[in-house]
Structures are given as C-alpha cells and as structure tokens.
Design a protein around this ligand. Structure first.
Ligand SMILES: NC(=O)c1ccc[n+]([C@@H]2O[C@H](COP(=O)([O-])OP(=O)(O)OC[C@H]3O[C@@H](n4cnc5c(N)ncnc54)[C@H](OP(=O)(O)O)[C@@H]3O)[C@@H](O)[C@H]2O)c1
Length: 221
C-alpha cells in the first residue's frame, strides 16, 4: 500500500521519499516511480534509522506509515516475542516515525497512520487487535496535540496486497474465502481502493482525528 500511494503521488507530480528495509525492494520501487523519488533504507523498529531517514529534508507535506512486519497468534498460543511483535513494530514503529518526522514536517502537514479493522472487530490474535485499537487512539491524541497538522488513520480490512501474496497460498485462499462472508460487499479490497482512501485522508483539509474503515463493511457486521 505504501508503494501504491507513492505511485499515485509521483504520477500527479509530487516528490516522494520512500523507505523499506530491503535495498533491493527500494531499487525496484525507484525504477517504477521515476527520477523524482528519493529512497532511503529504514527499519521502523530502529529509532536511529528513523532519524536518519528524514535527515536534511524540510517542510514535508505529508507522512504515511504503513511499513510493519509482525507475527500473530492466539492468546493461548503466542509466546512473548510473538505476542509483543505487533506493538513493537506497528504501534511503537509509527509512534517514533511521527516523532522523528516532526521537525521535518510543514506546519500544515498531513499524517496518515495505519491500523486495521481488527481494532473494532477482532478475529483472533488479541495483541494484534489491541495494537490496531491503540493506533486509532494514538491518531486522535496526536490530532489534538499536533494541530494544525492533521492526523488521521486508515483502517483497512483484508486487502489483496503483497502482504498476502507473500504468505502461504492455502492460508491466503482460506482467508479470502472467509472474508467474503464476513463483509457487506463480499469482496476482498484491492490495494488501489485502500490507497485511494489514504490519499483522501492525506489531501482533505477538513479531515483530522478520523479513522477511515476501508473494509467492505467488515466492521459493521
Ligand atoms: N493487507 C491487508 O490485508 C491489511 C489489512 C489490515 C491492515 N493492514 C496493515 O497495513 C500495513 C501495510 O500492509 P501491506 O498490505 O501494504 O503490507 P506489504 O505489502 O507486506 O508491504 C509492507 C511494506 O512495509 C515494509 N516494511 C515491513 N517491515 C518494515 C519495517 N520494520 N521497517 C520499514 N519498512 C518495513 C516492507 O518492505 P521491507 O520488507 O523491505 O522492509 C514493505 O514494503 C500493515 O501495518 C498491516 O498491518 C494490512
């Protein structure tokens, strides 16, 4: 989804800075995005890399923080490392990413955090559900403290992104099949749809402190 948003932004003429841990992935993205993109290696779990990620840049208009990798398991089955991994990478990663970005953001910058609709409708994986709910709370608190900067959160349901493409095909098919019955649309979301929702939050000057559920009605059922 991060790459998808970078593509939409660069296609309309915005300059983008993108990060990931893998230099190979970054080179591939840079090739697809064109000359105006800056790529820097970053691990959202490592605060020093977050600080160097933004070094030398000023008046950034926006920040989107979808980079995360974590494990999930049921409450009974998760060992300590697994149970804590969503908070370690997805909650604290985004918290410190905003902190590192702050001196480099324009006064009226727009920040879009990433949670997930398990925040309001858990489906196993309690630490992951709680982490997403915490990110949505963080969104509202940051919107208050950082104003006039805007802070919103995208909360997707299942999206057919690389996250699922890189997982075991049998598991992916089972989750996608089950998803049809759990939503109002009966459809797994596309990366393009999720990215459109992120772009709306990034651009719309009347949105702050909001959580946008791009989930086919999953959170309603
Ligand atoms: N797809 C879904 O169904 C879904 C549903 C709800 C919520 N979400 C949330 O959306 C976010 C992104 O999902 P996605 O589907 O876009 O995932 P994705 O296709 O797997 O992409 C994740 C991107 O983040 C980067 N990344 C992973 N760990 C990182 C780290 N520690 N530091 C910096 N970059 C890192 C990856 O590159 P490297 O590996 O090279 O670092 C990759 O480019 C996640 O927070 C996920 O929980 C996704």
């Amino acid at each position: 989804m991060g790459f998808g948003l970078a593509k939409k932004l660069s296609d309309r003429g915005d300059r983008v800075l993108i990060g990931a841990r893998s230099t190979e992935r970054l080179q591939h993205a840079a090739k697809a995005l064109g000359a105006d993109v800056i790529t820097r290696q970053v691990d959202i779990e490592q605060r020093d890399t977050l600080v160097s990620f933004f070094a030398g840049l000023q008046d950034l208009a926006g920040l989107f923080t979808p980079g995360a990798s974590y494990q999930t398991a049921s409450f009974r089955e998760a060992d300590e490392a697994t149970a804590e991994s969503p908070f370690r990478t997805k909650f604290w990663g985004q918290y410190w990413a905003v902190h590192a970005a702050l001196p480099h953001l324009a006064d009226d910058a727009s920040i879009v955090l990433m949670s997930g609709a398990a925040s309001v409708r858990p489906i196993g994986n309690p630490a992951y559900a709680a982490c997403n709910a915490a990110i949505e709370g963080l969104t509202r608190a940051l919107a208050m403290e950082l104003r006039p900067k805007r802070v919103n959160c995208l909360s997707p349901g299942t999206i057919d992104s690389d996250l699922w493409r890189n997982r075991d095909a049998a598991l992916r098919d089972a989750v996608f099949d089950q998803w049809g019955a759990l939503t109002l649309t009966g459809q797994v979301g596309t990366t393009d749809q999720a990215v459109d929702a992120a772009l709306f939050l990034l651009d719309n000057g009347n949105m702050t402190g909001s959580v946008l559920y791009n989930d086919g009605g999953y959170s309603m059922r």
